[in-house]
Design a binder for this molecule. Structure first.
Ligand code: COA
Length: 152
């Protein structure tokens, strides 16, 4: 597996994973605005390495903002077939290193209260619950837990 920056030609693969991962998936416009609209934004993809010369397959991605001392993890999803193989852990470790080099010291994110799988990932990586946002999500309406990691 390799990790590098998301390219416009990755969008079809990314959107397909997004659609299989969330009840309210990001739209193409939302991804495009991250890719082209914001200087704070960093978007990483993990690719499965195949034979030389063949098209690589996007197996996961994360969309981030690096804002001063904070890394914001705005989105992360892994293709269902590639889950539980360390892809998210690798993407986030890469993100932590990148953010640290830019001066970030802590990471923050929101996660649905019911998404215990993602919470297990974040806890494993050193995040702790630091707050709760009432009815933050729609479809279904649900609270968000705010999680933070202080020691990037
Ligand atoms: C949450 C998600 C990103 C995890 O991706 P992943 O590549 O499967 O995670 P990893 O393989 O890197 O897991 C790293 C650690 O997280 C924890 N973890 C991940 N999936 C887990 C699961 N299903 N159950 C329990 N713990 C889990 C484990 O501690 C795991 O380490 P281990 O496998 O050595 O035990 C993935 O399940 C996904 O895409 N879900 C749908 C989208 C989503 O919910 N995104 C998060 C929005 S806030």
């Amino acid at each position: 597996m390799t990790i590098d920056r998301m390219q416009p030609e990755d969008l079809d693969d990314v959107m397909a994973i997004e659609a299989r991962s969330f009840s309210t998936p990001w739209t193409e416009e939302m991804f495009k605005s991250e890719l082209w609209g914001k200087t704070l934004s960093e978007n990483l993809v993990a690719r499965a390495v195949s034979v030389p010369g063949a098209r690589t397959q996007v197996v996961g991605y994360t969309c981030l903002w690096i804002v001063g001392e904070e890394l914001h993890i705005n989105n992360i999803a892994i293709h269902p077939r590639y889950r539980r193989q360390g892809v998210a852990k690798s993407l986030l470790s890469f993100a932590f290193d990148l953010a640290k080099r830019r001066g970030a010291r802590k990471a923050l994110l929101e996660v649905r209260v019911s998404n215990t799988t993602a919470q297990a990932l974040y806890q494993r990586l050193g995040f702790r619950v630091v707050g709760r946002r009432h009815q933050y999500y729609t479809s279904p309406v649900e609270d968000a837990l705010v999680m933070a990691k202080d020691d990037l």
